[in-house]
Design a protein around this ligand. Structure first.
Ligand code: SAM
Length: 321
């Protein structure tokens, strides 16, 4: 039984990378959209397009030549992108596709600790000849922290994206300034994360904490406070609200419900491993923050993008007020 002295969880789900991915896929299957885009097309047609249009036009003729592409700058017509926690790539390639509408070639460094996710991403790329011809993928199977400890910090990137990965590993206050410093002049750091208007966030804020590793509870508002305290200009873009169907969470015999609960709480085997008092409180809050449509119990899900453009100003780090 997991004990939680402070009332907070010590998230165990990310310790089992394979099972974590299974739960993330289950979570993704229960997302429901009511908008002109699917989740994936939003990443291409809205987010990818916004980054593409904000980047200075630098796409001149350039051929990918192999190793020394890592040293070339976008001035040569090669756009350099780094994905942090890229997962299986479905969302990241949407952003890349939008960038390829302006830049002919992309060097993409993929920082992803899960071998399984990298295999899925490689399979996705193999199935798309146009993408494999235009993008050189540099697969780095490691955490961001391990990568930063060993990589050459002089390697710069025009775009760095972190899609729902800022919660994992080290503190955001340490990572964001380092990622900012990896940008070329005018380059973009793009961070997608929960908003605290999200109904899941109302529950997670009770059980998860920015101070406990495994899953650090950060929202758009936490990140914005940190950027404001450090005088770092940024824009935000809210992803249209969608819903998560959590009906199966209330069916104790449902295996999918168990995986969904594990992902929502970030506790592996939530139903059996979490202390009954904590579990009951979590389930009560889940019910209170959800709404019902017909037979379905739904949570509203608000996620946002924080876009930070590199200026000639350095990131002098101060904590949030
Ligand atoms: C919620 S998933 C998001 C995956 C993908 N970006 C997407 O949106 O579909 C979080 C990803 O972060 C990766 N991850 C976990 N810890 C990490 C770390 N310390 N550094 C980089 N990535 C990490 C996980 O393996 C996982 O693929």
């Amino acid at each position: 039984m997991e004990s939680c002295d402070s009332g907070k969880f010590h998230p165990t789900l990310p310790l089992d990378a394979k099972y974590y991915q299974q739960c993330y896929q289950t979570f993704s299957r229960f997302m429901e959209f009511d908008m002109p885009y699917t989740y994936e097309t939003w990443y291409r047609q809205v987010l990818g397009a916004a980054i593409r249009d904000k980047l200075r036009g630098r796409g001149t003729e350039h051929r990918l030549t192999g190793q020394d592409d890592t040293k070339r700058s976008a001035e040569d017509g090669l756009l350099r992108h780094m994905g942090v926690g890229s997962g299986s790539g479905e969302l990241e390639i949407q952003i890349l596709q939008a960038l390829l509408e302006k830049f002919k070639f992309v060097y993409n460094r993929v920082i992803e600790p899960s071998a399984h996710q990298i295999n899925l991403y490689e399979r996705l790329v193999r199935g798309d000849n146009a993408l494999s011809a235009a993008v050189r993928f540099d697969w780095q199977q490691q955490t961001l922290e391990a990568h930063l400890a060993h990589s050459d910090r002089r390697d710069k990137f025009d775009v760095v994206t972190s899609v729902h990965s800022i919660y994992y590993g080290g503190r955001m206050e340490e990572k964001v300034p380092v990622l900012y410093d990896l940008l070329t002049e005018d380059g973009f750091l793009v961070i997608v994360l929960l908003s605290d208007t999200d109904s899941l966030s109302q529950i997670q804020s009770e059980f998860l904490s920015p101070d406990i590793a495994g899953y650090r509870y950060y929202t758009k508002q936490t990140l914005q406070s940190f950027l404001i305290a450090n005088n770092i200009q940024h824009d935000t873009l809210d992803i249209p609200r969608f819903a998560i169907d959590i009906t199966t969470c209330f069916d104790d015999s449902s295996e999918e419900g168990a995986q969904l609960l594990d992902f929502l709480s970030h506790m592996k085997h939530f139903r059996t491993a979490v202390h009954s008092k904590q579990r009951e409180k979590f389930m009560r809050l889940l019910r209170q923050n959800a709404h019902t449509i017909g037979n379905k119990v739904l949570l509203t899900h608000d996620t946002s993008v924080v876009l930070i453009q590199r200026t000639d100003k350095n990131f002098t780090k101060r904590d949030s007020p």
